[in-house]
Design a protein around this ligand. Structure first.
Ligand code: LLP
Length: 421
């Protein structure tokens, strides 16, 4: 459920007509709904009620500080993967004690920044990383709280580019070697082992891979405890999928996921951390674009939009499906047409949808890409010297620009010409 709907034939974000925002901000732009973000975040709290837990929003999904602050005010922790994300979360008011640091290649400098801030936890992914963290912590005279990410060798049955829990993936340590690695961790004076971490992939549409992975984690927790480790937290990662609008993708609900968590690891009496990203913001955001031209090909019609692959890369990168709807509601079924919908960037991968049936539209009409809140604006680039797409946040009947579109002059000024030229 989200808070984008037609009222009097015009798409609204909560109480605000999208057309009104477009008139002020100009297209393309991302638009988020506070009510939807709030609702989806709270679903996890309900799903894990009765369990000591912290929801660490995976801010890589959408990292504008206005979104982070909205979530921090609801009690969210954050999952960060770089010093940049860490600093952004802190700047948005997230206490370091609620931040976990994931990622397969944290540098010593990143470790230092997070340790100085008194971060809650590092999720370590390898032995060399563990030794580096030990040294950095000792240099600062502190102990680093650590969970070690294990790779359970499970196929999350999602797009191969976003599966992370198989042997061939670069993530975590093989679960078969976990006992040895934990033994070594316990011997390092700068490392304080607090738990186990696992994350098997993104856009999961079935609970079975979770069940398999979490059962393995539960067994490991019991074994590590019998080895004398104080396993008091389990970080179970993120990855729960969202419906992208096609009838065949109906992922499990957070409440079902919560039940599974309780069933598989509830008996361990650990504090549970989860790291959802997509489910919190995915359906809370749309990308609004205008039709620049309707162009006739030999055997098809093309819509050329003012949004492009640099603004929303998911279709080009993962063959992802996004619903594309007119901002002015289509009056009838007969008014539907089929289009190949593309952006203006000079490569054939700048194609959002082929042979898509949508309302017949004309030059200048507004279209909205649904479910674009996660991995949308954050993955945007300036390819083709196109300005980074702006972001807008709606709350009730108010809206605010939460990131301006940069002026082309500003972008150009960032280059420097060497003295010899
Ligand atoms: N925790 C870790 C360690 C992760 O690597 C990720 C996502 C998450 C949590 C959050 O997963 P989520 O709940 O959002 O599925 N750009 C891709 C998705 C990449 C996901 C990367 N890791 C896409 O657009 O589909």
């Amino acid at each position: 459920m989200d808070h984008f709907e037609y009222r009097h034939g015009s798409l609204h974000a909560e109480g605000v007509p999208v057309e009104e925002i477009a008139a002020m901000v100009k297209t393309p732009f991302y638009c988020y709904s506070t009510a939807t973000i709030t609702r989806h975040f709270n679903l996890f709290g309900e799903a894990l009620s009765g369990v000591d837990h912290l929801v660490c929003y995976a801010m890589k999904a959408a990292s504008n500080q206005a979104i982070l602050k909205t979530l921090a005010d609801l009690g969210a922790g954050m999952d960060v993967v770089s010093a940049g994300e860490y600093s952004r979360a802190v700047a948005a008011g997230v206490p370091a004690g609620r931040i976990v640091f994931s990622g397969v290649g944290k540098t010593r400098e990143e470790m230092r920044v997070a340790l100085e801030g008194r971060i809650r936890q590092f999720n370590l992914e390898s032995e060399p990383e563990m030794h580096a963290l030990n040294e950095v912590a000792l240099g600062l005279g502190v102990r680093a709280p650590v969970a070690i990410r294990v790779n359970p060798d499970v196929d999350a049955e999602t797009h191969s580019k976003i599966a992370t829990g198989r042997k061939r993936d670069k993530f975590g340590i093989p679960i078969s070697r976990a006992r040895d690695v934990y033994r070594e961790a316990a011997s390092l004076p700068g490392i304080d082992v607090v738990g186990i971490d696992v994350h098997i992939g993104s856009q999961l549409t079935d609970l079975a891979p979770y069940r398999f992975a979490y059962k393995k984690v539960a067994e490991l927790a019991a074994t590590l405890r019998s080895d004398g480790h104080d396993i008091r937290r389990l970080d179970l990662g993120g990855g729960l999928g969202i419906p992208y609008g096609r009838s065949n993708d109906l992922p499990p609900l957070p409440i079902e996921y919560g039940r599974l968590v309780k069933e598989t690891v509830g008996h361990l009496d650990c504090e549970i951390e989860i790291e959802p990203g997509r489910l919190v913001v995915g359906n809370a955001g749309i990308l609004v674009s205008s039709v620049i031209y309707v162009k006739s090909g030999e055997d098809r019609e093309f819509l050329i939009l003012d949004a492009a692959m640099n603004d929303l890369i998911r279709p080009a990168m993962y063959d992802a499906y996004h619903d594309i709807v007119p901002v002015r509601e289509s009056p009838s079924e007969e008014a539907l047409a089929r289009y190949d919908i593309a952006g203006p960037v000079c490569e054939s991968s700048d194609m959002f949808a082929r042979d898509r049936k949508i309302a017949r539209v004309a030059q200048g009409d507004l279209l909205a890409f649904r479910s674009a809140g996660a991995y949308g604006a954050v993955m945007a680039s300036e390819y083709n010297t196109r300005p980074l797409v702006p972001e807008v946040l709606v709350k009730g009947d108010q809206f605010a620009i939460i990131r301006e579109r940069p002026a082309i002059d500003e972008m150009i000024k960032r280059d420097t010409i060497p003295v010899w030229l």
